[in-house]
Design a protein around this ligand. Sequence first.
Ligand code: ZN
Length: 456
Amino acid sequence: MTIKFYNSLTNQKEEFTPIRPGEVGMYVCGMTVYDNCHLGHARAMMAFDILVRYFQYQDYKVNFVRNITDIDDKIIERAADNKEPIEDLTNRTISSMHEDFARLGLELPAAEPRATDHIAGMIEMISQLIEKGHAYHSEGGDVFFAVRTFAEYGKLSNKNIDDLNPGSRVAEDESKKDPLDFVLWKSTKPNEPSWDSPWGPGRPGWHIECSVMSFENLGQHFDIHGGGPDLLFPHHENEIAQSECASGHKFANYWLHSGLLKINGEKMSKSLGNFAMLKDLFKSYHPEVIRYYLISSHYRSSLNFDNESLDQARAALTRLYQALALSLDGVMERHQDSIEEFAHSMNDDLNTPEALSILFGLAKLVNNSASEKEQGMYVSTMKELSQVLGLLNETPEVFLQYGAGLSEEEISAQIQQRNEARNSKDFQKADQIRDDLAAQGILLDDSSKGTTWKKS
Ligand code: ZN
């Protein structure tokens, strides 16, 4: 069985061949910790969570490293706005992130390095780059990477160095030798946090931290480097340039990027106020609903979040949980066809929508089978495969009750609407209302005396 991924470096699906058989070294760019996590963060993290889980399911030993950026302009600004020490802000944000990620069921990384714990390594790598002629200490006090000294610059983002337009960039530093050069070490302004270095007190640029933290945790050549779509350029392009100039050889073999998440068709942005913060979503939706929603699209596709997205996800996940309610213990047999189809889908660049359809196929088999033995086999296969996707971890009771906060009046009004739809023969709408209610833990029962309901 071979796993294929779309490699951003070669722009094609490639068979995964690990550097060491049976092992995977994987680095994912993590959070910059100045604010709580939103759905866009969850989307990128979920993509790599599924990858880790699938590798583990295929018996790989996974060395998964996800960093924390705990020093940068936004952090310094936010701490100043809040009138609090930087460490108070970053520690609080990290705790909040851990809480959100745990609720989403994200696998813990084997290492979670923080940038500020690796300053010595960054100074060392910058010194090497200067020695080798790839970086220089400018008159303004900053150290820059000289982009044109790396002939392969642009190989990840498919950009030709001569087409890059430095004129469009903000805050150009006059002391750069070339406008394309990027900062490795920033000399600090008064009242900014700083570390001593051969170039005076300062702090690292953003890109260098990931080169150093991946080297120190995975070695100078490892299997997979991943991150969100906005990181491909310039962050990952710059990481490659620094890392390959420092080591003299290839950095990561496979580059994986998750797709964009839009909200109501727009890019998430502060000015639009359309951030979907995870803590807000958890108030109304079980975290597995959010997980289901995120993996119901392929990780590289562009995903549009709107008001109905999570209701639809909840209704779908409810169907799986309802099949699970028939669970029979002690069944050892598995439905091999489904297991093979599942692996086939996941091996094809982690096709989770297709993998989910296999779970629904099993749910249907459960509901259509009259044999308890067969039902047990389908249910246990469903449970096993759903674990790979991080789903169906609750008992059906707990899941179906989550957020079932509809009042009796609201339920009666929904039943009334459904009756009207049925009277006008709009059965699609009637079924939709019934499914939506079921997704919220309200089951309808039609009899000659009318419709009654109960909590599932
Ligand atoms: Zn990074």
